[in-house]
Design a protein around this ligand. Structure first.
Ligand code: KIV
Length: 267
């Protein structure tokens, strides 16, 4: 079989121009990253959702830079031929410009990412422009920003009022002008995501933002049926939690009953 070629930022832009959907899924370790690559995904996001899906945190606020680097490097080992985006965690961009640049450098150099993603708005556009100028591909992230959960108190649809919609349109434009190669739009009305997608030249990657974005991203646990709760924007493509529970109880039963290991498993 021909070795697959990693996609590039210019190919993602071409995909938008040609109307070809871009598909992204999260992964957090080498095992699932290898499966995502084998499933022919266009790009992998090592999201800070790792905090909730893998580390048992209540939200993404506790996720650290060291943890992101650790998970990004594992994903790279599993998916050497896939474009990988590493999430910049809580406050990794806000303390100082120098620290933000160093943090992005870590995701690229120690985590082997191809790009970084930043939960962003107009205020972060000058920093993003400097990163892009320095050679760091940046994916913006507008709409619902989970890292703001402590100030917002609730995860909810964004951009519903005219004023809020105008603000998101302005954020999207500012990020495009800053040079992002694409942007995630999370939990906004489908019609607004469509307007943003038509307004800017870079691809939009939606999650809970309707079908007219240039692509879609989902949290891998949600689509595999591994999450305790499936958000409205996700569709379970499997029931892996049930399957895994059944496998563990069958293994447990066989050991308890002396059926495993059998002759064929012994030396
Ligand atoms: O952390 C994450 O998984 C994300 C996606 C939900 C876009 O930011």
């Amino acid at each position: 079989m021909e070795k697959r070629k990693k996609l590039t930022v210019s190919q993602f832009r071409k995909m938008k121009e040609n109307g070809e959907k871009i598909v992204m899924v999260t992964s957090y370790d080498a095992c699932f990253a290898a499966l995502a690559e084998a499933g022919n995904i266009d790009m992998i996001l090592v999201g800070d959702s790792v905090g909730m899906t893998q580390l048992g945190y209540e939200n993404t606020v506790q996720v650290t830079m060291d943890q992101m680097v650790h998970h990004c490097a594992a994903v790279r080992r599993g998916a050497p031929d896939t474009f990988i985006v590493g999430d910049m965690p809580f406050l990794s961009c806000q303390i100082s410009e120098e620290q933000a640049m160093r943090n992005a450098m870590r995701l690229m150099q120690e985590g082997f990412c191809d790009a970084v993603k930043i939960e962003s708005d107009t205020l972060l556009a000058p920093l993003i422009a400097k990163m892009v100028h320095a050679g760091i591909p940046v994916m913006g992230h507008i709409g619902l920003l989970p890292q703001h959960i402590k100030t917002s108190g609730v995860y909810k649809i964004q951009g519903k009022s005219e004023k809020a919609a105008d603000r998101l349109l302005a954020d999207a434009k500012a990020l495009e002008d800053a040079g992002v190669f694409s942007m995630v739009i999370e939990c906004v009305p489908a019609a607004l995501a469509k307007r943003i997608t038509e307004m800017i030249s870079v691809p939009t990657i939606g999650i809970g933002a309707g079908k007219d974005c240039s692509g879609q991203v989902q949290v891998i646990n949600d689509i595999l049926g591994l999450s305790p709760y499936t958000p409205k924007h996700a569709r379970k493509h499997a029931e892996l939690a049930e399957l895994i529970k059944n496998v563990i109880s069958s293994y447990t039963k066989e050991v308890k009953e002396g059926v495993f290991p059998g002759e064929e498993n012994s030396f």
